[in-house]
Design a protein around this ligand. Sequence first.
Ligand code: HEC
Ligand code: HEC
Ligand code: HEC
Ligand code: HEC
Ligand code: HEC
Ligand code: HEC
Length: 447
Amino acid sequence: MSSYRLRSFSHWLLALFLTFTAVGQVAAQDAATVSKDGVVPGQTAAAAPAAAAGGAAPAGDAAAVAAGDALFKGNCAQCHAVNDVVVGPALAGIDQRRPLPWIIKWVKNSSKMVASGDEYAVKLFNQYQKQQMPNFALSDEEITSIVAYVKSQTGPGAGTKQEQGGSPDQGAQANQGGAAGADDAAGAGKYVNVVLIVLIVVLIVLVVTLVIIANIMKDVLRGRKDLDGRDVELLDQKTDWMGILKSGWFKGVVGTLFVLVVLYESIQGIMAVGLTQGYQPAQPIAFSHKLHAGEHQINCAYCHTSVYKSKSANIPSANICMNCHSQIKTTSPEIKKIYRAIQRQQPIQWVRIHNLPDLAYFNHSQHTQVGGIECQTCHGPIQNMDVVYQYSALTMGWCINCHRETPLNTKGNGYYDNLVKLHDEANASAPFTVSSNGGTECSKCHY
Ligand code: HEC
Ligand code: HEC
Ligand code: HEC
Ligand code: HEC
Ligand code: HEC
Ligand code: HEC
């Protein structure tokens, strides 16, 4: 009787186990196909608008889109986005709203069109608080390429995700590449996580099943009469947890681990004295780089105007904010703070985040303009930060390491021609880094 119950019980267990494994496997397989699909539609979605644009006008279109991309960023992006209203309307679907000749005439001289009484133009002009769009001395072809670019970007989320080269601003370019890459990675990461979770569940089920099976086997063995004393002893053996806890080697291992952790943490603490990495003060106005530099893709240098030209990257004055916020979000309490500062003729009191000691000399233009280093290399993913924080350590070691590793950007820079020749004569196999040019000499960075 009991053996019958036992057998049906183990059958039942086996069935349960098989079901679990099967479900786990199907789920894992699903996850795998979804992960494939998750990538493929992403790619086709990116390719589709381009194909649509190609449908209207035959090949050679990619070049037009690329040219339009650069023209759009250089001339239009401060007021227009493809899928969002910025200062001017969202341009998505413009080729359907208006015929191409109208668009060309409009971009060349919009005020003339409004003055001529064009019904659509007058209505739009009034709708946008009679703001004048500037006139552009662009050719018909250039304007057509901008329209092609807009077409290629139309669609939800398409505008911000799939831009690549051609941007005049290295910073924004890196941020888009970064964002798209991160998206892909996040997508892939999600499926890897699903697969992992399924695997872990399967493992747990396996372990539980094995323990149960082991116990059943023991029960079966206990039922047998032909076991001798030692076998019975083995069968009834229990793990002696208390014994292990009290044993010398256990105490030794735990003690050593404890001392190591404390030592590691204290050393880390001491090394961090005077470091402000991660510093993220609250700012007087809830200004978001994620919104401005990320979503609306405003060029870093639109606000930090001197970053390519001088030692310091200035913080924009309230006037720069007013270029847009005289029109945008005028009733927001945060924006009213800007108006108040202007009324009082007092600057907005931004809290400074990055701050080298006076003994060190750092020059932005040397790094951004001459060295061609992107803002994000030193400042991190600013375009994703709602509130800016100090990304790099800004220690001397950080400066020096990069100077040792980074080859000089000497291309097209006549200043370096002779130095490169001298360096190559002396040792052509070693790269010509910042430090081989004296970038680790004390006096370069210390007054
Ligand atoms: C300084 C801001 C500004 C810039 C720069 C700008 N625009 Fe405009 N644009 C506007 C405004 C504002 C309107 C709405 C009409 C008005 O008020 O004149 C508009 C309207 C338009 C329209 C009509 C949109 C519709 O929905 O019918 C088109 C097309 C257009 N702009 C294209 C361009 C192109 C192409 C460029 C770049 C070459 C450009 N704009 C640059 C501000 C700007
Ligand atoms: C619309 C204007 C605007 C744009 C565009 C903009 N910034 Fe800023 N940035 C500010 C303002 C205002 C502050 C000061 C408030 C703050 O720290 O958020 C600031 C602060 C910073 C700081 C910290 C300065 C400090 O106190 O040490 C860094 C670094 C920075 N910006 C980098 C960038 C980079 C990189 C980009 C482009 C990806 C960019 N900014 C685009 C307006 C802008
Ligand atoms: C080139 C145009 C432009 C400039 C310059 C600009 N902004 Fe903006 N700002 C925008 C746009 C677009 C939005 C988003 C509006 C929306 O969400 O509808 C925005 C939103 C904001 C918001 C959020 C408002 C709210 O209540 O949602 C704040 C705060 C802000 N900006 C502050 C600033 C400050 C401070 C400056 C100057 C350092 C500045 N902006 C410069 C275009 C600009
Ligand atoms: C090689 C590293 C590096 C690069 C590249 C770099 N920065 Fe900086 N940035 C710094 C350091 C270091 C400071 C602190 C300077 C100081 O305290 O004197 C700083 C400070 C700033 C500040 C605060 C104002 C100031 O000048 O002290 C802003 C704003 C800023 N950076 C913006 C930018 C922007 C925008 C870019 C890209 C166009 C950029 N940075 C590229 C290292 C860098
Ligand atoms: C991400 C890499 C990087 C970091 C970080 C960096 N630098 Fe540089 N630095 C460069 C490059 C590249 C050049 C060479 C630019 C050129 O002249 O072509 C350079 C050049 C310089 C020069 C001029 C050297 C010369 O020979 O004339 C000085 C001074 C300097 N950096 C100071 C600093 C200081 C101070 C810091 C830290 C606060 C720093 N740098 C951090 C990459 C970096
Ligand atoms: C590439 C730039 C660079 C070079 C080259 C450089 N330093 Fe520095 N040094 C810095 C920066 C930036 C700091 C500030 C770091 C900080 O605040 O943690 C610093 C800090 C120091 C300090 C610490 C000051 C204090 O208050 O803690 C000393 C001392 C120093 N440097 C000496 C030297 C000597 C000696 C050399 C030549 C062998 C040298 N440095 C070369 C960038 C440089």
